[in-house]
Unconditional design. Structure first.
Length: 362
C-alpha cells in the first residue's frame, strides 16, 4: 500500500477569458487594483468566469475601521480550481510545517499537521444576483464539516493586468458582506503549453477501486484483490494550467469532531482517512512503460514533498495509475493500481447556474 499511496493524487478545468467591461480603481492593502464592472450586455455569466485554476496570493482581515490588511504572518500556499463541468477542488497549506518523527504520526503530530490545512472537493454553483458562490463539498479533510461553503465573490484586475478572485466567507449568522471579517485573494493561472498527451489527463476523475498485480519471471501470478475503501469519495484532478490535485477519502467510518477543534485522537483518525497532495504534472508518453510525474508542492504529510512517478494507462474513460513495484519475500514484483473514471459534466454544459448534485450518490 505504500507504493500505492505514493502513486496518487490532483485538479481540472478549462480557462476562459474574462468578460470585457469598464473598470474602476479600488485601493486596498495589496495596492491599487482595478475592479471589473462588466456591462449589462456581457456575453459570459459569472459561473463561466469562474472556470480556471487560481493560486493563493494572500489572505486579509478587516480591522475595526473597515480597512482590509494582510493577515499577520501569512505564509500559506494553495490552489483552487473550477471546471466548466461544474466541479471544484481546493488545497491550502501552511508553508512551514513540522515533519513527523517516524513514518506514522503520533496523535499530537497529526493534530499539528491538520492545523491550517484546508482541503475539499465537490461541485459549485453561482448566484449572479447576490454575488455568492456555493461550494457543495462531497468530501473534506474535516469530517463532519458543513457541506455547503458559501463565499461572496469579486473579480478584480491588478496593476499587472492579472485577474484575481476575492472569496469572502459568508458570516456564520448569514450576515452581509460588510459584516465579514476575512477573505482570500486568488490569482488566475495561465494555461500551460500542454502536449497532446498531457491534455488527455485534463479533467476530474473519480476513484473506482484499487487492486494488486503480482508478477514473477515475467509472468502474472495474481491480479485481483479489489479494494473499495476510498472508491466514490476520492478524486484526482488535472488542469489545463498544468496543475494537479488529489483527494483520497475513506467512504465510511469518518467521525465528526466533538468540538470545533479535534482532539489529538480525533485528528489522527481524520488524518488516516484523508490523504492528498497538489502540484504540477508532466506525462512521459515516449517511455516504455509510459509514466506521469506528479511534482508535489504540498501534501497532507508534512515535509513529504517529492516527485512521484506513476505508470499510467488509458482505457476509454478510465485512467489506471500505479507506482513502482515492490519485491516481496516470495520474489514477486508487486504492483498497486488505482482506477479512475473521468467525470461527466454535471447537468451538461448548458445547465448554467443550475448545477445538479446527482454524483453525490455515486
Amino acid at each position: 500500500m505504500k507504493s500505492l499511496r505514493a502513486a496518487l493524487i490532483l485538479a481540472a478545468v478549462v480557462s476562459l477569458p474574462t468578460a470585457i467591461g469598464v473598470v474602476t480603481m479600488d485601493v486596498s492593502a495589496g495596492g491599487p487594483r482595478l475592479a471589473a464592472q462588466t456591462p449589462a450586455t456581457k456575453s459570459h455569466s459569472d459561473r463561466e468566469r469562474f472556470v480556471g485554476t487560481y493560486s493563493l496570493v494572500r489572505t486579509e482581515v478587516r480591522d475595526a475601521n473597515g480597512k482590509w490588511t494582510q493577515t499577520p504572518n501569512f505564509n500559506s500556499i494553495g490552489y483552487i480550481t473550477y471546471s466548466d463541468g461544474g466541479y471544484m477542488g481546493v488545497h491550502i497549506m501552511p508553508k512551514v510545517r513540522t515533519r513527523f518523527a517516524a513514518a506514522q504520526p503520533t496523535p499530537e503530530e497529526a493534530q499539528k499537521a491538520l492545523q491550517g490545512y484546508t482541503a475539499y472537493f465537490g461541485s459549485f454553483n453561482v448566484d449572479d444576483k447576490d454575488k455568492v458562490v456555493v461550494h457543495h463539498r462531497v468530501g473534506q479533510i474535516n469530517p463532519g464539516g458543513d457541506v455547503d461553503a458559501r463565499r461572496f465573490y469579486e473579480f478584480v484586475t491588478d496593476r499587472r493586468g492579472i485577474e484575481q478572485l476575492i472569496l469572502t466567507p459568508v458570516p456564520a449568522n448569514g450576515g452581509s458582506k460588510d459584516q465579514a471579517t476575512n477573505h482570500l485573494i486568488w490569482e488566475r493561472q495561465p494555461d500551460a503549453p500542454l502536449s497532446a498527451e498531457a491534455r488527455k489527463f485534463v479533467g476530474f476523475h473519480k476513484l473506482l477501486y484499487t487492486d494488486t498485480l503480482r508478477m514473477k519471471d515475467g509472468k502474472e501470478v495474481f491480479h485481483g484483490d479489489k479494494v473499495y475503501t476510498r472508491a466514490g469519495t476520492s478524486y484526482i484532478i488535472y488542469t489545463p494550467t498544468g496543475h494537479m490535485m488529489v483527494h483520497l477519502m475513506n467512504n465510511e467510518g469518518r467521525t465528526k469532531y466533538a468540538a470545533a477543534q479535534p482532539t489529538p485522537e480525533e485528528a489522527l483518525k481524520a488524518y488516516r482517512s484523508y490523504t492528498g497532495y497538489f502540484g504540477r504534472f508532466v506525462p512521459y508518453d515516449n517511455q516504455t512503460p509510459q509514466f506521469v510525474i506528479h511534482s508535489q508542492q504540498g501534501t497532507t504529510a508534512p515535509g513529504g514533498y517529492s516527485e512521484q512517478k506513476c505508470f499510467y494507462q488509458f482505457t476509454g474513460n478510465v485512467l489506471r495509475l500505479g507506482g513502482p513495484p515492490n519485491l516481496n519475500d516470495a520474489g514477486e514484483m508487486v504492483y498497486g493500481h488505482l482506477y479512475w473514471e473521468r467525470l461527466p459534466a454535471l447537468g451538461g454544459k448548458t445547465a448554467g447556474n443550475e448545477v445538479t448534485t446527482e454524483f453525490l450518490a455515486h
